[in-house]
Design a protein around this ligand. Structure first.
Ligand code: 4NP
Length: 164
């Protein structure tokens, strides 16, 4: 049986598409049957491709994200996905507020998947410069390696680091 992961940020055009791409890249050579997606808590960028600076940093790291389109988180996501991973604490709060009674998804922060950094926010590069996007790529890649290990550990095994 496969597992599924949804990364969630605010706009779904900078951080969560990069997290999605990093985990896809990390899982590309594995036998894992995993569904990976991303969404935003907001709807301003629904239907939009990722920020051009996010596309550029992905290309630089040998992944293409230009075909992705922004979408807003839905109530059904909480039933469809095994893991919903928020990029910052505000995104996590927003998810907790919208979590329905019948949710199956575990909720965690991206940095909960990086040893020693649980609870931290992934800085929003939307308001930063090109270096901020490189930094985003670095941290989502670090987390993706650990998330891959979590997925490889198998279904029904709780998130090894702090779970919200
Ligand atoms: P993201 O960045 O949440 O990493 O996709 C943002 C993108 C757009 C906006 C805010 C954050 N915005 O306000 O339009």
């Amino acid at each position: 049986m496969g597992q599924s992961v949804l990364f969630v940020c605010l706009g779904n055009i900078c951080r969560s598409p990069l997290a999605e791409a990093a985990l896809r890249k990390e899982c590309a050579d594995s036998e894992l049957n995993v569904i990976i997606d991303s969404a935003g808590t907001g709807d301003w960028h629904a239907g939009h491709p990722p920020d051009v600076r996010a596309q550029a940093v992905a290309t630089k790291n040998d992944v293409e994200i230009g075909h992705l389109r922004g979408r807003q988180v839905t109530t059904l996501d909480f039933q469809h996905f095994d893991h919903m991973i928020a990029l910052d604490n505000q995104n996590l709060q927003d998810l907790m507020a919208r979590r329905p009674q019948n949710a199956v998804a575990t909720l965690s922060l991206l940095f909960d998947h990086v040893a020693g950094r649980a609870g931290e926010d992934v800085f929003d590069p939307y308001y930063g410069d090109d270096d901020s996007f490189d930094e985003t790529w670095t941290v989502v890649t670090e987390a993706a390696k650990n998330i891959r290990k979590m997925l490889e550990a198998g279904d029904n095994i709780p998130i090894p680091l702090k779970q919200r």
